[in-house]
Every structure is written in structure tokens, then in C-alpha cells.
Design a binder for this molecule. Structure first.
Ligand SMILES: [Mn+2]
Length: 473
């Protein structure tokens, strides 16, 4: 049997509100989800119907995780569920849920199902049906609808069925009947975190900070990359995280320059740089935190030089990171500090203006500085990338600056990095295999931008102390 949401449902069974008790992931608060649906209904034109599909089961031996956007609108943790929203319907008939029917023989294997009863009493549906009723109900509602809005939850078969059914309806219409993907509309809502989300995100970040603090003392020669990973996974899960926010990245030495290295199977060699990009998911919300430090806790002169450039780049990004700023201003600031620093060290050569214009630093700083965080670690929401900037030189067409402006409720990372691979042409071998990324999580509030993870030390002296105090030598 593949459905493993029993564990998830169990973790959901205690309310987060009792923060003192550090209860596991929160019980969906029906009012929060109802408010989100009301907002979505208000955005839809009259005559619209909206169908939202839960994610498919992920497969055997994989714990089911609800699709983030479906969860955001429904709080319904089960697979094979469909939500139907009809803004033009009378009150009390606007929200239907189609769910797996109660069936003890199945539930004995895969866990309790809400069934139609809880679909209304707990998850707030006006009306609930067994999910095999969906095709019939859908056809009936389509007859009077003038636009269809769908969210497929990553299930292409569901999308095909819904769109084909709508196409048949359109074929018999005197005018074209539009069909829209709901994903961008929900994504836009998800960009602005409500208080419930902010509380969960804070908790996820706090737990991740504790996990990093548990890992730092283990950065000793003879331990493995897995030792750090194990400690962090342990810290997250024993703090009632349902899972990690993403596959942990703990890479030392030559692995520190691989951005998404996830094997964690190398023994730690004294002095090797570690990039540790690991964080917990809590209550469905993902933190994203990275620290870099050498095995044994003694930064070499070269590691110090690179590290301080990255830290200064992050600081420059933070300075730009104010309400109203555009996302690309953060990236530009980090890139500029990195280019200045690498030119000064002789790792890069050439004209700064030309390097900036051609993004010539991407050998060393190949990724962006920032992404949204939330229900997904790379959260939904547009960056409003300008594909072609008015009057911009041609190189900017590849750069596609993110024009999105920081507004209250948005959450994002600032995570510059420098990675110097072995045999990088023109680079002195003393710099090889130094990878450094420093990543923190930020929230725009009414009072300004708050760093959620910055209590986790970033300065060399404190990082060294946290490692060296636990050295056996
Ligand atoms: Mn990140």
C-alpha cells in the first residue's frame, strides 16, 4: 500500500496554538482556509467554476505530502481529493469537496480518511461527495459556467480530463469559453504570507537554526558528511518537523563547489571547506539556511578571504533588501561585491564593467541571490522577470532582472556564494575546492525587513569557536 499519510495525519492531530507544548504540525484552522477561499472566490468572475486537484500519491515507501497550493486553499491532507469553487452559487453552495469515501478495509492499511462527514465539519466544505461523484457533478456545473479555472496538482491526467470535458462543452457554445490555469492566481496569494503562515515559517526557521547548531560541533576530521546530515535530520524530526525542507546538502572539499551535492558520503578531511545547506519543514513551511565552515574550525588565509567576500556580498544584499526594493537590486549588489573581491584577489581578471555586463562571474557565482520561501522551498510567485528591458543593452536579455518589489508579507532568501572548482583555468591551485555559501531567510513586515535566521552565527570567529570547542584535539 502506498498511502502513508497516517503518520502525517497523526502529526497534524495537535494544534500549534499551544506553542508551549511544542506540538507537532498544526491542525488546519478551518477559518484561515475559509478566508483564503473567500479571497479566491472574490477574484473569480461570476459564471466561473474552479476545480482544484490534490497531488497524486508519490509512490511506495514515500510519505505523502499534499500539494502546496491545494493545501493552501483547503487544508485537506489527503490524496484523491478535488475541491470545487463556484463564486456565482448561493451561499452554502460555493465550496464542494470530493473525497475518498470511508472504507475501513483500505483505511486499516493507509490510515484514516476524512470521508464526506469531516470534509464538511472539519474542512469547511458546504457540500461533500465521494470522489467518484466528481465527473457527474462537474458536467452538471459546466452546463451553466462561462469560464473554467483549474489547478491540476501536478496530475496531467486530471488536467486532460477536465480540459477535454470543457472543450466538449465549448464545442456546443455560440462563443468561445475560456479556460484558465489557476496556478498563477494562487501563487500570487501565496506570495503574501498571512499571520498563520508567518508563525509556521518562523518555527521552521528556528528549528533549522537549532539543527545547524547541532551540526557545527561535528565538523571534525574523521567524521563524515553524513554525521552532520544525520544530526540535522535528527534535530528537525525530533522537533516535530514532518520532513526536511529539501534534500540536505552537506558537501566538503571538492563537494563544497557542487551546488546540489546530496550524497553526503565522504569522510571529513581536516581543513576542508564544508557547505551545509540544510533546513527543516515545519507545518508544511520550508526554511532554507546555509552555513559554510572548515573541518576542524580553522579558516585558512584563502578560506578567510573567500568567506569574507561572500559575507560582505550578503551584507550588501541585505542593505538593498528594504520594502519597495526590486528583487534584482539584491542580486546586483551581491554580484558587485563578489566581482570586486575576486578581482582584488586576482582570481578574476579583466574590466569590472565588462564582467558585470556579461555576467562573467558566473563561473564562480552561478546562481541567483534570492528566491521566495513558504510552503515550497522555492516558493510559488512570480519574480516578474523582465525578459526585455526597455532600452536595455542586449546582454540584459539573458540576465532577465527580477522586477518584483518587496512588500509586506513576502519571505525570501539572500544567499550569495563563491565556488572555485579544481582546475578552474587561470586560478591558482591554492583556491581550488573552496566553496562558500551563506544563506538566510527574510520576511518583509510593516516595520521593515526582518532576518529570521540571522541568530545563527555567520562571523568567522564564532563559527570557529563553535567547532573548536568540541574538537577532541
Ligand atoms: Mn535557497
Amino acid at each position: 500500500m502506498t498511502r502513508k499519510f497516517l503518520l502525517f495525519a497523526f502529526l497534524c492531530s495537535t494544534f500549534i496554538g499551544s506553542a508551549q507544548g511544542h506540538a507537532p504540525s498544526p491542525e488546519p484552522d478551518a477559518a484561515v482556509y475559509a478566508a483564503r477561499r473567500a479571497k479566491l472566490l472574490a477574484l473569480l468572475p461570476s459564471g466561473a467554476i474552479a476545480v482544484l486537484n490534490a497531488a497524486l500519491e508519490a509512490g511506495a515507501n514515500v510519505v505523502y505530502r499534499p500539494d502546496s497550493s491545494f493545501w493552501y486553499m483547503t487544508g485537506m491532507p489527503e490524496t484523491q481529493a478535488i475541491a470545487l469553487l463556484v463564486p456565482g452559487a448561493p451561499m452554502g453552495h460555493r465550496y464542494s469537496l470530493f473525497v475518498q469515501p470511508k472504507n475501513w478495509e483500505r483505511e486499516q492499511w493507509t490510515g484514516s480518511r476524512a470521508g464526506t462527514k469531516l470534509a464538511t465539519s472539519k474542512y469547511g466544505a458546504d457540500v461533500a461527495y465521494a470522489n467518484d461523484e466528481f465527473p457527474k457533478q462537474m458536467l452538471e456545473l459546466m452546463r451553466d459556467a462561462s469560464s473554467l479555472w483549474f489547478y491540476d496538482g501536478g496530475d496531467s491526467k486530471f488536467r486532460d480530463t477536465v480540459t477535454a470535458t470543457w472543450a466538449r462543452r465549448t464545442n456546443n457554445s455560440t462563443t468561445a469559453l475560456p479556460i484558465y490555469n489557476l496556478a498563477p492566481t494562487i501563487a500570487e496569494m501565496r506570495l503574501y504570507k498571512d499571520p498563520t503562515e508567518v508563525a509556521l515559517l518562523r518555527h521552521a526557521v528556528e528549528l533549522s537554526v537549532q539543527a545547524h547548531l547541532a551540526a557545527l560541533p561535528l565538523a571534525q576530521p574523521g567524521n563524515g558528511e553524513w554525521t552532520l546530515r544525520g544530526a540535522m535530520v535528527g534535530a528537525c524530526l525530533s522537533g516535530a518537523a514532518a520532513r526536511m525542507a529539501y534534500p540536505p546538502i552537506v558537501g566538503s572539499g571538492e563537494n563544497s563547489v557542487v551546488l546540489h551535492y546530496d550524497a553526503a558520503n565522504q569522510v571529513l578531511k581536516n581543513g576542508a571547506m564544508i557547505v551545509n545547506d540544510t533546513a527543516c519543514e515545519y507545518g508544511m513551511y520550508a526554511a532554507d539556511v546555509t552555513r559554510s565552515y572548515p573541518v576542524g574550525g580553522h579558516f585558512s588565509a584563502e578560506q578567510t578571504a573567500i568567506y569574507n567576500i561572500v559575507l560582505a556580498a550578503q551584507r550588501a544584499g541585505e542593505v538593498k533588501s528594504v520594502p519597495g526594493a526590486r528583487m534584482h537590486e539584491i542580486y546586483d549588489a551581491t554580484a558587485e561585491v563578489i566581482v570586486d573581491g575576486l578581482l582584488k584577489l586576482g582570481i578574476m581578471q579583466g574590466d569590472k564593467a565588462e564582467i558585470m555586463a556579461k555576467r562573467g562571474f558566473r563561473t564562480f557565482y552561478p546562481h541567483g541571490s534570492s528566491h521566495w520561501i513558504g510552503l515550497d522551498v522555492h516558493d510559488a510567485g512570480s519574480y516578474e522577470q523582465a525578459r526585455i528591458v526597455k532600452d536595455a543593452p542586449p546582454h540584459l536579455r539573458n540576465y532577465a532582472p527580477a522586477m518584483a518589489q518587496l512588500k509586506t508579507g513576502m519571505a525570501y532568501t539572500i544567499e550569495p556564494g563563491i565556488y572555485i572548482a579544481e582546475n578552474t583555468p587561470g586560478v591558482d591551485p591554492k583556491w581550488w575546492n573552496i566553496g562558500v555559501r551563506v544563506e538566510d531567510d527574510y520576511l518583509v513586515t510593516d516595520k521593515g525587513v526582518e532576518c529570521l535566521s540571522c541568530k545563527l552565527p555567520r562571523d568567522i570567529a564564532t563559527l570557529e569557536k563553535l567547532i573548536r570547542d568540541h574538537s577532541s584535539k
